[in-house]
Design a protein around this ligand. Structure first.
Ligand code: UDP
Length: 318
């Protein structure tokens, strides 16, 4: 297949590009580098099956030749207010990437008669009142809350995707991605794993926000990419949660990172948690198990071990 992927220079986009190229496809990457990095795709420069366009997806997307599939992954995604590349500091771009970017990608999928896959998010569930989150749960999002630029853009993107499916019969799919980590994460985007792993490798105390009882479920990137590619190859049109169902508190998460890195500097609680930081998050992955025959295989300790070499290289420590 000839596959377009927006956000190809991002953490997830670059890993998906690698996987699709290894499967024998041609990949056309699009990114404007607002949050993605050329470093993430530098290794593909000589690959004759990979081509790249520096473009903003909120403008009309032109791709020469036949396209068989479009994966829309372009968007800021970090919720951290301190991060320059997070959606707090890129609110309009975030809404445009989710709304106009999705519209442009769906238009391309329609004229090309191509499969479309939307990167959606667990954030569409907001601060969930149903636990674990099944795809049938409609969510708890405040449309003017501080996370809303991301949450509502993705909710709109899902609505638009289903509208193109139902009204124009476009072959669409939607993946709801839960917390994911691994090599090529933006070290500076303020998210939990980059912050804490960086601190641990520098032998500093880990900063856990709030009282650390809020929970998350962390998926290693290779597991996530396997699930997304299975969804791409499937006939599924309804949203599918992809994530790791092993739920833990942020305190447990930090303790695991300290164990794996032999960091003895401990944990400090910091009052930096935003008011809209969800209290609990855990995917119900029954649909992914049943329709895609998918489930994650890499546990947190193993995933952190696999992530360490990238962080050490970036931090220039041996
Ligand atoms: N967090 C933390 N310490 C940090 C960074 C994040 O305790 O240095 C917490 C954050 O408050 C949230 C959880 O880790 O409860 C996951 O945050 P992240 O930014 O990775 O993404 P989210 O799951 O909120 O979208």
């Amino acid at each position: 297949m000839r596959i377009v992927i927006t956000g190809a220079a991002g953490f997830l986009g670059s890993h998906i590009s690698d996987h699709l190229l290894a499967d024998g496809h041609q990949v056309i990457g699009i990114d404007n580098f607002v949050t993605g990095s050329p470093d993430n795709i530098a290794h593909l420069a000589e690959n004759e099956n990979f081509s790249f366009y520096k473009r903003d997806v909120s403008n009309y997307i032109f791709v020469p030749g036949k396209v068989d599939a479009i994966l829309h992954f372009a968007s800021p995604a970090s919720p951290n207010p301190q991060s320059k590349s997070g959606y707090f500091n890129l609110p309009i771009q975030t809404m445009k990437a989710g709304a106009l970017g999705t519209h442009n990608c769906l238009g391309l999928a329609r004229v090309q008669n191509a499969r479309f896959l939307l990167a959606s998010t667990s954030e569409i569930y907001g601060d969930p009142e149903v636990h674990p989150q099944t795809e049938s749960y409609a969510g708890n999002v405040d449309p003017i809350g501080t996370r809303a630029v991301y949450d509502e853009a993705k909710r709109f993107a899902e609505s638009l995707t289903m509208a193109y499916h139902r009204f124009h019969n476009v072959n669409t799919s939607i993946v709801r991605i839960f917390n994911t980590y691994g090599p090529r994460m933006d070290m500076e985007d303020g998210r939990a794993l980059p912050n804490l792993l960086k601190q641990a490798l520098l032998k500093q105390p880990l900063t856990v926000y709030g009282d650390g009882t809020q929970t998350r479920s962390f998926c290693y990137v290779d597991d996530l990419v396997n699930g997304i590619v299975k969804l791409l190859y499937s006939e599924e049109h309804y949203p599918v949660n992809i994530g790791n169902p092993v739920e833990m508190s942020m305190l447990q998460f930090a303790e695991t990172i300290n164990q794996v890195t032999d960091n003895t500097a401990g944990i400090v609680l910091e009052n930096l948690r935003s008011a809209r930081d969800p209290q609990r998050r855990q995917p119900d992955i029954t649909r992914a198990r049943e329709t895609l025959n998918w489930e994650p295989r890499v546990d947190l300790k193993e995933g952190v071990r696999r992530t360490i070499p990238f962080f050490k290289q970036k931090l220039e420590i041996a």
